[in-house]
Write a protein that binds this ligand. Structure first.
Ligand code: FAD
Ligand code: SIN
Length: 507
């Protein structure tokens, strides 16, 4: 057993920024981060567009950012939360800069602000088209400098350790030794990110399997708004299953047009904001166009844009296109919508507290009320920064209570068991991804959702038995978690009536 004062599960922007602050505040306390891959692997690392923050109050204002967020959320945002998150942005940006993150500036020394769908102003602070990479680099560097933070990479959190609605830590699999370790902690933070791999076609890296939400669900936390899945309109089209390269929405903010194969700039027919309508509207419009034409993709036309300025702003996108033979000065980029973000998750209050004592959640795995039915572009990094600070402030004033761990709980999994054949997990995973794409995608049908629910329940029962009788492994646990998340999405989609934001259901 390992004891720690703060156990943080996940090493993206949410987990790492909390770790830095709490470690500084309590230099004599132990902070432990467990993370299931390399320490920098996360959705955070792949963020392109940037962070939506009001930095220039001559053109922009908090009120405009608040209104844009509320419009995008289609009436389901928590207004108080929106106000809180938007107005705290500048302070959180200063901290990131103090930790060494660099953001692009204009020749006059102001932030070079990008624009994305749903934003009425240019307000997206960025580091070229690799904002997440820069943030992850800077904060991980800070974390490594703190003597009281231990980072355990390749450690997969299996389940929370709870008793009487209190979180006492977590069970964690050391993926290199296959040892299961019980972590006892005073406070636990779930910062496990998104769910993309449930859909197969996703902009998310392979780590996004919804583990934290599934763990919290098993521990009886409240999980809400799972039906609000955000599909990004412009993932680079290719025929393989797996993570898709993103063509940032900021490219449309820079002036790129969406066209059908025949050259029709179809977004003009759907929304007066055209390519810069919010993401739900653009993805749903592309979906309709593809169904009408039976084409496999639409195209992003950058041929009319200033090439030099484009390369300066989007060097990674330019190079990636070039590497597959697309010269953006002459060729259109083939794009399709792909799963990108989960608006719902573990319900937390304004201090990031879940329904379980001493358990907090932050970042993409949490549901704060900021996004409502659809997240405004570049509000996710902002939400994680603001809420990790909220949790830090709350815990900075919270006294520790000595807890004793029931010894039976720490004897988890000592018996030797057979290993499950990996063909089984691979087959069910592929089936699950197809099921989710077909039945719980951009447009859902009531009958499909019911069929999906039946299949998911069957897999869930099967997995329950398999987990009892076989050796625990990351792939088995991830599969079980993804099935749990699939069930939550499908069941909450069945319950919701009426289309809202990213949720569209037909009878
Ligand atoms: P993550 O950064 O995903 O970190 C989760 C961590 O938890 C990872 O370290 C993971 O390994 C770990 N983990 C998961 N399960 C376990 C487990 N069982 N045990 C141990 N560790 C575990 N948002 C914006 O605001 N602006 C953008 O420009 C932007 N661009 C994006 C571009 C792409 C391609 C993608 C995929 C997302 C983008 N987003 C953007 C969304 C944003 O990046 C994420 O929502 C945000 O970074 C999530 O941060 P997080 O800390 O909550 O989770
Ligand atoms: C993008 O750069 O298009 C992604 C921005 C986001 O998800 O907020």
């Amino acid at each position: 057993m390992i004891t720690t004062n703060y156990l943080i599960i996940g090493s993206g922007v949410a987990g790492l920024t909390f770790a830095i602050k709490i470690a500084d505040r309590f230099p004599d306390k132990k902070v432990t981060i467990v993370t299931k891959s390399n320490a920098d692997e996360s959705n955070t690392k792949y963020a392109q567009g940037g962070i939506a923050i009001v930095t220039d109050e001559t053109e922009d204002s908090y009120q405009k950012h608040i209104e844009d967020t509320l419009i995008c959320g289609d009436g389901l945002c928590n207004v108080e939360v929106v106000k809180m998150v938007v107005t705290e942005g500048p302070k959180r940006l200063k901290e990131l800069i103090a930790w060494g993150a660099k953001f692009d500036k204009t020749a006059k020394g102001n932030f070079d602000l990008g624009k994305e769908g749903g934003h009425s102003q240019n307000r997206v602070v960025h580091h070229k088209d690799q904002t997440g990479h820069e943030i992850e680099r800077a904060i991980l560097d800070q974390v490594h400098q703190k003597g009281n933070i231990t980072v355990l990479d390749h450690h997969f959190a299996l389940d929370l350790l709870t008793e009487d609605n209190q979180c006492l830590g977590a069970f964690v699999l050391n993926q290199k030794t296959n040892e299961i370790i019980t972590f006892q902690s005073d406070f636990t933070l779930l910062a496990t990110g998104g769910i993309g791999h449930l859909y197969g076609h996703t902009t998310n890296p392979i780590i996004a399997t919804g583990d934290g939400i599934a763990m919290a669900f098993r521990a009886n936390a409240t999980i809400k708004d799972m039906e609000f899945i955000q599909f990004h309109p412009t993932a680079l089209y290719d025929t393989s299953i797996g993570s898709k390269f993103l063509i940032s929405e900021a490219v449309r903010g820079f002036g790129a047009y969406l066209r059908t194969k025949n050259g029709n700039r179809f977004m003009l027919d759907y929304d007066s904001r055209a390519e810069l309508a919010s993401r739900d509207i653009v993805s749903q419009s592309i979906d309709l166009e593809l169904k009408k034409s039976d084409d496999k993709c639409v195209y992003l036309d950058c041929t009319h844009l200033d090439l030099e300025a484009f390369i300066k702003h989007f060097p990674m996108i330019y190079e990636r296109c070039k590497s597959i033979g697309i010269d953006i000065a002459k060729d259109w980029i083939p794009v399709v919508p792909a799963q990108h973000y989960l608006c719902g998750g573990i319900t937390v209050d304004k201090n990031g507290k879940t329904a379980i004592d001493n358990l907090f959640a932050c970042g993409e795995c949490s549901r704060t009320g900021l996004h409502g039915a659809n997240r405004l572009a570049s509000n996710s990094l902002l939400e994680a920064l603001v809420y990790s600070d909220k949790i830090y402030n709350y815990l900075a004033d919270t006294a520790f209570e000595k807890k004793d761990l029931n010894p039976i709980l720490s004897n988890w999994e000592l018996v030797e068991k057979p290993k499950i054949n990996s063909d089984y997990t691979a087959t069910v995973k592929t089936g699950l991804q197809l099921l989710m794409r077909q039945n719980a995608g951009i447009v859902r049908y009531e009958t499909d959702l019911h069929k999906a629910k039946e299949q998911l329940m069957q897999w869930q029962d099967e997995l329950e038995t398999i987990l009892k009788n076989n050796q625990i492994s990351t792939e088995l646990y991830e599969l079980n978690n993804m099935i749990t998340i699939g069930n939550l999405i499908v069941q909450q989609s069945i319950i919701r009536n009426g289309n809202k934001g990213s949720f569209k259901k037909n009878n």
